[in-house]
Design a binder for this molecule. Structure first.
Ligand SMILES: NC(=O)c1ccc[n+]([C@@H]2O[C@H](COP(=O)([O-])OP(=O)(O)OC[C@H]3O[C@@H](n4cnc5c(N)ncnc54)[C@H](O)[C@@H]3O)[C@@H](O)[C@H]2O)c1
Length: 285
């Protein structure tokens, strides 16, 4: 048993909504928070819409969708998390933002609550040090789309206790996921391998080696990847991809991790991929 009866999810973007949905589907109460009350409400509305789409396709019973939605409560501020047993932070990939959030979470969460970050690359040890309970802080890295993807990387910071890790492993399994443990090193397992490949695809496109469509087709047909690297970067979010590459470059210090200039230009233009309707491909239709 994992013993979590109420879990807060901070950040109602693509990951936060997916995490909230998966937890609610496992029968656990979720409090969903974002930078403003409106954003939290919009997050729940997006989850509802996605579930209705599944009902229409006969992949989900209407009562199951209702049950999931009923388990999620958008909350207006962080103060509303005081009863939660676990807080999962899924706000933007920005260290300063996460440090500020963890200071506040430490202040508002009950002393025994665990605090997890869904960060893709940032140091759990550094994030934990912003709190007075580093033994209760851990990385819980889900994959997009969360309700579909089975993996959760569980990342121990230097001070994370055995019991914290055990409880998060049990919860991951109760959510129907397969957890893999990693030490706290930039990018953990998946993004350390995946992001340099996506970044290299951006270099290829910038150098005119092949078109975006052909780069993606080549990797799908030649390597049996279900998605091409540029479509996958769009799906992850180009801002998130850039932030992860910057962390890999800074933490691991090797030139092979330099972010592709084209990736920077797309982010500067606000072309962040699927979530903004335009990235390497157009999603406006
Ligand atoms: N996109 C992916 O495939 C993926 C996969 C695994 C992990 N992650 C990680 O998950 C986190 C979120 O990524 P995402 O793709 O959901 O990004 P996103 O841009 O879709 O969502 C980020 C959310 O954080 C919110 N936010 C910003 N400041 C906040 C604050 N002060 N308090 C509360 N909420 C705040 C934003 O309003 C937004 O709703 C990042 O750390 C990212 O690295 C992303």
């Amino acid at each position: 048993m994992h013993n979590f009866s109420s879990i807060a999810v901070i950040g109602a973007g693509q990951m936060g909504c997916g995490i909230a949905q998966s937890i609610a589907a496992a029968g656990i109460e979720v409090k969903l928070s974002d930078a403003t009350p409106d954003l939290a409400q919009q997050g729940l509305a997006r989850i509802h819409l996605r579930l209705l789409g599944q009902v229409e396709k006969h992949k989900l019973q209407p009562e199951e969708a209702d049950h999931i939605v009923a388990n999620i409560t958008p909350v207006p501020s962080l103060e509303s998390i005081h009863n939660c047993d676990l807080v999962i932070e899924a706000a933007s990939e920005d260290l300063a933002l996460k440090l500020e959030l963890f200071r506040k979470l430490d202040q508002y969460a009950k002393p025994e609550a665990l605090l997890a970050s869904n960060t893709s690359s940032l140091s759990i040890t550094t994030i934990a040090a912003a709190t007075r309970r580093p033994q209760n802080v851990i990385g819980m890295h889900f994959f997009n789309p969360v309700p579909v993807m089975e993996l959760v990387e569980v990342i121990r910071g230097l001070a994370t206790s055995d019991i914290t890790q055990t409880r998060i492993l049990r919860l991951s399994e109760a959510l129907g996921k397969k957890p893999v443990c990693s030490v706290d090193k930039a990018g953990f397992v998946v993004n350390r391998i995946l992001l340099p490949m996506l970044n290299e695809a951006c270099f290829l496109l910038d150098e005119g080696v092949a078109s975006a469509t052909d780069i993606d087709s080549a990797m799908q047909l030649g390597c049996a990847h279900p998605m091409g690297p540029l479509a996958l970067a769009d799906f992850i979010g180009l801002d998130t991809c850039l932030a992860i590459m910057e962390v890999l470059q800074k933490e691991l210090g090797e030139v092979k991790y330099r972010p592709a200039p084209l990736l920077r230009r797309y982010v500067a233009a606000g072309w962040l991929g699927k979530k903004t309707g335009r990235g390497f491909f157009d999603y406006n239709d």
